[in-house]
Ligand binder design. Structure first.
Ligand code: SF4
Length: 418
């Protein structure tokens, strides 16, 4: 059964019905299965019932790549991409969408009830009865709207009970998430991958239900470190992964990360000096401001569980460029106690900005290839655990194709047998 699936995923035939057909007519599959012709249900059940074993096959192939010295590089790129689930957008509800729909229904019900009231008035005043068909249509519409309102309210109740912020009716684990400006939202999963930069093999992947990447950096970097040979791993990611705690966790795990900082400074937006305009002198533990004054350490406070140190100078009152700096009594600069780690990461990026180009050249191509293989509908199964199995098969097929291209098929088979 695994042979059938590997053949299917290598040849863009992923559905169980298609594989059933191919087992009967495709000479390669007939040879591969020894003329066995399992029906689609048997094929589908194998994938559904053996998810964790299939995921292990994918991991073992990565381990094999390591044994073949294909994972000796020291740079990996991390990225996330949204894949469509078996769940139409119309069957995904957020609280906002439900409120909007219920609001429209309330207005429509009001309009139809008004129509019925007017019909009663006409009957009272003139004795004229409006056409029966029209009245029936209005009542039918009212009935339909009331049923729809009950359905939406029951979804709202489900959200209240589970605490979820959205509900997907076809695949309950699928989430509405933003993609790009051109294609704003899909209902699906966020697949995280780590691709090594030398041979472009996918060394780790994870299917998540989160619509953003910012919590995934340390998890994915650590997964890559476990399989790469080097002890000095560099992990490059885009600004969507910038989160102080995640960067520090990765660096603490011995992984050098390269992540650009998003430009979100309020001061810069107001036309004032940004924190980056204040140079930190670690020896003296002071910030030097654009006017050349020292901002000295004053006290340490707590914010979101983080120890934040505050610095300021008494020279602000007489500063000639104060209007470009602050509207308060003095400009205060705040520093997280682990900010030195973030500064080291920034220096690493400033020292070699070309690393960001390595990221896009490394990690974006596998996504494009896998999505092309998947076709327009992406995943075929529902629920996170099944989708994770599907993704493992796609990643495995991608890695096998890469290794066949790099080493040739005989060398790969020899390595697998060894
Ligand atoms: S206002 Fe204070 S911190 Fe800002 S430039 Fe002037 S002296 Fe420096």
């Amino acid at each position: 059964m695994l042979r059938i699936y590997l053949y299917g995923y290598l040849n863009q035939a992923q559905s169980s019905r298609r594989l059933e057909r191919e087992c009967g007519r495709n000479l390669e599959l007939i040879w591969l299965t020894g003329r066995l012709k399992p029906d689609f249900k048997t094929i589908a059940d194998f994938r559904k019932d053996n998810g964790s074993a299939i995921r292990k096959v994918c991991q073992q192939f990565v381990a094999l790549c390591r044994n073949m010295n294909l994972l000796d590089g020291d740079v990996v790129a991390i990225d996330g991409s949204r894949f469509k689930a078996v769940n139409a957008k119309a069957k995904n509800y957020t609280r906002g969408k439900l409120r909007q729909k219920l609001g429209k229904i309330d207005k429509a019900i009001e309009r139809y009830l008004g129509e019925l009231d007017r019909a009663d008035e006409v009957l009272e005043q003139t004795g004229t009865v409006l056409p029966e068909a029209r009245m029936e249509r209005t009542l039918r519409k009212l009935d339909h709207l009331q049923k729809e309102a009950v359905r939406y309210r029951s979804i709202e109740q489900r959200m209240d009970q589970t605490g979820e912020t959205q509900v997907s009716l076809s695949d309950p684990d699928a989430r509405s998430m933003a993609t790009t400006a051109r294609m704003p939202r899909i209902v699906g999963y966020n697949v995280q991958t780590v691709v090594e930069a030398d041979h472009h093999l996918i060394v780790a992947h994870e299917v998540t239900m989160l619509g953003f990447d910012r919590d995934a950096l340390s998890m994915m970097a650590a997964a890559a470190k476990d399989v790469m040979t080097t002890g000095q791993l560099t992990a490059i990611a885009d600004k969507g992964y910038y989160k102080s705690e995640e960067i520090v966790a990765s660096e603490d795990a011995g992984i050098s990360v390269v992540v650009p900082k998003p430009m979100t400074s309020n001061a810069a937006a107001r036309g004032q000096f940004d924190k980056a305009d204040f140079a930190y002198d670690s020896e003296k533990d002071v910030y030097i401001c654009p006017a050349g004054e020292n901002l000295t350490y004053r006290f340490t406070g707590q914010q979101d569980g983080k120890a934040i140190r505050s610095y300021w100078s008494r020279a602000c009152a007489d500063c000639v460029i104060k209007d470009k700096c602050t509207t308060s009594k003095e400009r205060r600069v705040r520093r997280w106690e682990k900010e030195g780690v973030l500064e080291r990461v920034q220096e690493r990026l400033d020292g070699d900005p070309t690393q960001l180009a390595v990221r896009s050249m490394t990690v974006e191509h596998p996504y494009g290839t896998i999505k092309l293989w998947m076709g327009a509908t992406h995943f075929k199964m529902r629920r996170l655990k099944n989708v994770a199995t599907e993704m493992a098969l796609h990643v495995h097929a991608y890695n096998m194709t890469r290794v066949m291209n790099i080493m040739g098929i005989p060398a790969m088979i020899a390595a697998m047998k060894a």
